[in-house]
Design a protein around this ligand. Structure first.
Ligand SMILES: Cc1cc2nc3c(=O)[nH]c(=O)nc-3n(C[C@H](O)[C@H](O)[C@H](O)COP(=O)(O)OP(=O)(O)OC[C@H]3O[C@@H](n4cnc5c(N)ncnc54)[C@H](O)[C@@H]3O)c2cc1C
Ligand code: SF4
Length: 322
């Protein structure tokens, strides 16, 4: 590992004026691993954790929840307002990594973490590292994407991204000396837009806050994750869902899939079918079977499509019960 200078951020302004050979660190659970593996060789690491104002979690009745980007995943899960009003976020946090990683890893870092593709994390100079080959195409692609891929086929690793998109959250970003707010749907990008990054952040831009609107009255939410290892693991596939039914019909809802695409994935055709759909079991099963019709699986990952449809079937049936 190359030596680097370590400096605590003095202010958002100063941290955002970082040079090209500096990196921003939150909890460091992903970043330091990448430095140790020589995937990053910065001259300077700027620690954002000294910006205490970015740690607050605040609930305002009628407005929703504001989560400071530097709040840890444990702090989010243990917040009493979050437990009472956004239990789906607690459910999601508990599915992330291990308790030790949740105690240190931050919400902002979770959304900005880099992909886990084993070629990217290994000694392969693939497209995402600026090379000219995606080794997953003809290689081991069991955990890669089935939709939204090309020329790179990662899946986005963040569990919170899936739930926060189902809840229609926005991100506040410090950019060029000002704050701007971006819907989380516009934050994540596909490789066809840029295969070397996973979101819209430009150098020096810092996520400061995540804003989650109130969950509409009568809606139910869930996060379901399928892992290969029961103890802790990244999602093979996952699902974030918000559903509002009146007993026999779905009034409205939003379904987001994780583990299937290079970003948290909204299957637009599927989501369009939700409003007005009958909630009898036969119809919900056929709705679930219409998920990911546009998928183009790779040689070893078509099992993900069946898995997603089965998770969705169960979620739709469970959330439609009174
Ligand atoms: C073994 C292991 C298992 C894991 N399992 C899961 C899992 O099951 N589900 C899951 O969702 N995650 C999982 N993770 C990811 C873990 O949750 C993340 O490592 C963590 O959330 C990253 O947070 P951090 O604060 O440590 O980020 P850091 O490591 O400090 O930063 C990660 C990246 O985000 C950037 N960054 C951080 N904060 C900001 C900000 N505010 N603005 C702009 N850029 C920023 C950094 O520059 C860096 O590029 C796992 C990680 C490990 C190591
Ligand atoms: S899927 Fe993306 S990160 Fe993985 S080898 Fe291909 S280009 Fe690299």
């Amino acid at each position: 590992m190359k030596n680097f200078k370590y400096i605590p951020a003095e202010s958002l302004e100063k941290a955002s004026q970082k040079k090209d050979d500096s990196v921003l660190m939150a909890g460091g659970t992903d970043l330091l691993g990448m430095i140790k593996d020589d995937l990053l060789t910065p001259e300077t690491v700027i620690n954002l954790k000294s910006l205490k104002e970015l740690k607050n979690i605040r609930y305002n009745a009628g407005k929703g929840l504001e989560i400071g980007a530097l709040a840890t995943i444990t702090e989010l899960a243990e917040n009493s307002d979050v437990q009472k009003r956004f239990p789906v976020l607690v459910q999601t946090c508990k599915e992330i990594a291990s308790p030790q990683l949740r105690n240190v890893g931050t919400v902002g870092g979770n959304l900005c973490q880099r992909p886990r593709c084993w070629y990217y994390r290994g000694e392969f100079n693939c497209l995402r590292k600026g090379g000219d080959t995606c080794f997953a195409v003809d290689g081991e692609n069991k955990f890669h994407c089935v939709v939204g891929g090309g020329p790179c086929y990662i899946v986005h690793p963040s569990d919170l991204a899936v739930s926060l998109l189902a809840l229609d959250a926005s991100l506040e970003i410090f950019s060029n000396g000002k704050l701007k707010t971006v819907p989380i749907d516009d934050f994540f990008i596909l490789p066809e837009q840029n295969e070397t990054k996973e979101n819209i952040l430009e150098p020096g831009e810092i996520v400061t806050k995540i804003i989650v609107p109130e969950i509409p009255a009568g809606s139910k939410c869930a996060f379901i994750k399928f892992k290969e290892r029961a103890s802790w693991d990244f999602a093979v596939v996952s699902l974030g869902i918000l559903l509002n039914t009146n007993g026999s019909t779905i009034k409205n809802g939003r379904i987001v899939f994780g583990g299937v695409a290079p970003r948290p994935w909204i299957d637009t055709a599927l989501n369009t079918k939700l409003t007005g759909a009958a909630t009898d079991e036969k119809n919900l099963k056929s709705l679930a079977d219409s998920a990911l019709l546009e998928a183009e699986p790779m040689s070893k990952n078509d099992y993900k499509i069946i898995l997603v449809r089965n998770l969705l079937k169960q979620a739709l049936i469970d959330l439609s019960k009174n």
